[in-house]
Design a protein around this ligand. Structure first.
Ligand code: SAH
Ligand code: SF4
Ligand code: F3S
Length: 495
């Protein structure tokens, strides 16, 4: 058995010679964390399909299990250790099984995880997805490898095209990486450590992937990056976009919108600091750009924002909201908020509630502050008691429920387009989809009608609202047999 050392050099080549993969190997991947992690799982799935492995939904059927980890809060990190403890038995039940760990905890902790859990076979960081097939071959030979070095090479964006057997997570909607990493170093955040330095993918490579996806029937693209609207910013500033093949984020959106077949564009997560006028105008000018922006606020208090090192003020943030509403009055804005950051007093928290009301967020993800290793917030005084954090979280969520219900209520009577996702858990002809504002819409869909397939957009009237979703009714014209696509252009002028 080899030692679990972080090996340098081209491990891919070294181990590729060692053995050939087992063509019958069945794999499963457990995924935690954000959309970037979900998309990394997609990339890995595609890579393994190209290598001859086949995916299975049931981990009990799998010969290979990979855990794609998240480290954003302590609880997420601990999930890995709890999973690994339980997976000792999974491994023991069938000799020859292989267990791997990737993602943000792997990047953060490296080989210490391999040392601590002897039944773990390999570990790879966030820049090392492409060497997984080679690591697997080594694992089959009993080598326990760890590979976590950061690379600045643009090669890390190169993945094989979608395998014919790969259908993607959702029909007609796909994630697309435009940049990776984060240079912002917000004082509470582990991501700059787990994802490394900011790097923008050449536009031609993004556009080529988008065109290929469109040819395969993808209509909606969700552009991904830790600070997605920072795309190309250094090159724009230094006037070198042509030589490096990038452009401004808004220009990239414009180019993607020109691709035949692409009718919806979204992006996540933008940072307020890079929300420039060009991006605001893009929301006015680019029809395919959805009228929804997820723009993390984190706190509504300037002094807390400063100690978070967010680099904007409440005023800057609200100015973006105002400008977005000026160009797109119906735009929906959602956000992320942290409560109980060190030094947060009752009046800071109340300021956050006031900003939430002023911005009239349609939705928010709220979190209790969690200490992360090697972050500068660890040096701050003024820790907030857990009971106070809990109380603030609940008050914030009460305010959000009220705002969401109000926003949903205002939609009753709207005509909109809903992209069907599939039958809702309730079944019985109840389907679930999303409108251009990214709101969940539940609606009844006639059974055995091939018009209504997951991925299609249908014309819907909103007839009711709950704090969680909207209730819609199919428009009559569709019931008489029109294809949603035929109505799309016509209805886009309504939404
Ligand atoms: N890049 C995005 C955020 C990515 S992390 C941005 O800058 O907005 C997703 C969310 O997790 C953050 O918006 C923040 O609200 C939350 N988060 C990050 N670190 C956290 C921590 N240490 N404790 C609690 N919440 C945290
Ligand atoms: Fe984390 Fe801040 Fe980077 Fe977002 S911008 S990923 S919160 S460091
Ligand atoms: Fe988690 Fe890593 Fe995403 S820490 S939130 S999976 S970037």
């Amino acid at each position: 058995m080899g030692v679990g050392l972080d090996i340098q050099g081209d491990v891919a080549e070294a181990v590729a010679q060692a053995a050939t993969p087992n063509a019958l190997c069945r794999f499963a991947i457990r995924t935690y964390g954000c959309q970037m992690n979900v998309h990394d799982t997609e990339k890995l799935t595609n890579l393994l399909l190209h290598e001859g492995y086949s995916p299975v939904a049931d981990e009990e059927q799998a010969d290979l299990l990979v855990i794609n980890t998240c480290s954003i809060r302590e609880k997420a990190e601990n999930q890995l250790y709890s999973d690994l403890g339980k997976l000792r038995e999974w491994k023991a039940r069938q000799p020859g099984r292989i267990l791997g760990v990737g993602g943000c905890v792997a990047q953060q902790e490296g080989q210490t995880v391999l040392r601590r859990f002897k039944h773990l076979d390999f570990l790879f960081g966030t820049h090392n997805l492409r060497v997984v097939p080679a690591m697997l071959r080594a694992a089959a030979q009993g080598e326990r490898l760890s590979r976590t070095e950061e690379t600045r090479s643009l090669k890390r964006f190169d993945f094989p095209e979608r395998h014919p057997a790969y259908t993607g997570l959702q029909p007609s909607r796909a994630y697309l990486t435009v940049m990776e990493g984060c240079d912002m170093f917000c004082s509470y955040c582990i991501v700059p450590k787990t994802r490394g330095r900011e790097i923008s993918r050449p536009a031609e490579s993004i556009l080529a992937e988008a065109r290929h996806l469109a040819e395969q029937g993808i209509e909606e693209l969700i552009l991904l990056g830790q600070t997605v609207n920072a795309y190309g910013r250094h090159d724009v500033k230094r006037g070198r976009t042509e030589s490096v093949g990038t452009m401004s984020f808004a220009a990239l959106l414009g180019r993607l919108a020109e691709i035949p077949g692409i009718n919806q564009l979204r992006y996540t997560s933008p940072h307020p600091l890079f929300f420039d006028d060009e991006l605001i105008e893009a929301h006015r000018d680019i029809e395919a750009l959805c009228p929804h922006v997820h723009l993390p606020l984190q706190s509504g208090s300037d002094s807390i924002l400063e100690s978070m090192k967010r680099r904007y003020s409440v005023r800057d943030y609200l100015e973006i909201v105002t400008n977005l509403r000026r160009v797109r009055p119906d735009i929906n804005i959602s956000t992320d908020v942290i409560v109980g950051f060190p030094g947060e007093q009752e009046d800071d928290f109340e300021a956050t509630l006031a900003v939430m009301r002023e911005a009239a967020f349609v939705d928010s993800f709220s979190f209790k502050y969690s200490e992360r290793p090697d972050t500068t917030a660890l040096d701050l005084s003024g820790a907030v008691a857990p009971s106070v954090m809990q109380e603030r979280l609940e008050r914030l969520q009460d305010v959000q429920r009220e705002l969401t219900l109000r926003a949903h209520g205002s939609r009753i009577g709207d005509e909109t387009l809903v992209r069907l996702e599939g039958e809702s858990r309730k079944g019985q002809g109840q389907w679930r989809g999303r409108d251009p504002y990214h709101r969940v819409v539940n609606l009844d869909v006639p059974a055995n009608n091939e018009i209504y397939a997951p991925g299609t957009r249908v014309a819907v009237e909103i007839v009711d609202a709950t704090p969680h979703s909207l209730i819609g009714e199919l428009k009559d014209r569709l019931n008489t047999g029109y294809l949603a696509g035929n109505l799309a252009q016509e209805l886009l002028t309504i939404v």
